[in-house]
Design a protein around this ligand. Structure first.
Ligand code: GRF
Length: 206
């Protein structure tokens, strides 16, 4: 990677962008030694693009193509080009609702991370907080992990636990998990920016 002051972060998101805000504001405050240099979205009206514009961070909608859960070939090329043009050191997925394929994974090998709203490997996939409630677990949380070709399956960088309360609804549990996400994600990005993360197979030391 690069010297920490120049550590350049690209963010991909499809939704409201609260995790992007947490990372970008931590960069601004200096707790993450880096900067978000570009935000890309597959949803034209996504809140994440508005949050980027408010912060004068370049944001761009790139049409995803015709597939529902992945990027089309042309779209994938456009995402890679935009991230390369921005010279990003790290790609941060923040609610990006598409599975990444080889093209992006190879272009940024070992440099793409994601946040997932459960303690992986429990409850991969969609609406993990609903899965946790349905299963009746007493503790869930969030996980930051490297992205590989599977779904929520790459090496784990960090996790934060969140209690499940007896009167939780999907909405209250999701909200409590998001509070934890906004602490965990900047902490993990900061460790990567400082070059403090070592990957040994599936084991990641921070
Ligand atoms: C987060 O809950 C994250 O765990 C999941 O998508 C959600 C994105 O939320 N991958 P936001 O757009 O960052 O608010």
């Amino acid at each position: 990677m690069t010297s920490e002051r120049n550590f350049r972060i690209g963010v991909l998101g499809s939704g409201k962008g609260s995790n992007f805000v947490a990372v970008a504001d931590a960069c601004h405050a200096g707790t993450v030694p880096g900067q978000v240099v570009v935000v890309l979205s597959d949803v034209a009206e996504a809140g994440i693009l508005a949050r980027a514009a408010e912060r004068q961070i370049p944001g761009r909608f790139i049409p995803p193509g015709t597939f529902r859960t992945k990027l089309g070939e042309e779209a994938e090329r456009a995402y890679i080009e935009a991230l390369k043009n921005a010279r990003v050191d790290l790609v941060v997925l923040a609610g990006f609702m598409r599975v990444l394929k080889e093209g992006l994974l190879e272009a940024f090998a070992g440099r793409i991370i994601n946040i997932h709203p459960s303690l992986l490997p429990a409850f991969p996939g969609l609406e993990a907080w609903k899965q946790a409630l349905a299963h009746g677990v007493k503790v869930t949380g969030c996980t930051v992990h490297f992205v590989d070709a599977g779904v929520d399956s790459g090496p784990i960088i960090g996790q934060q636990a969140v209690p499940v309360l007896d009167d939780d609804t999907p909405a209250t549990l999701h909200q409590r998990i998001q509070v934890a996400e906004h602490e965990l994600y900047p902490r993990c990005v900061a460790a990567l920016a400082r070059g403090a993360v070592r990957v040994e197979g599936r084991r990641v030391r921070v």
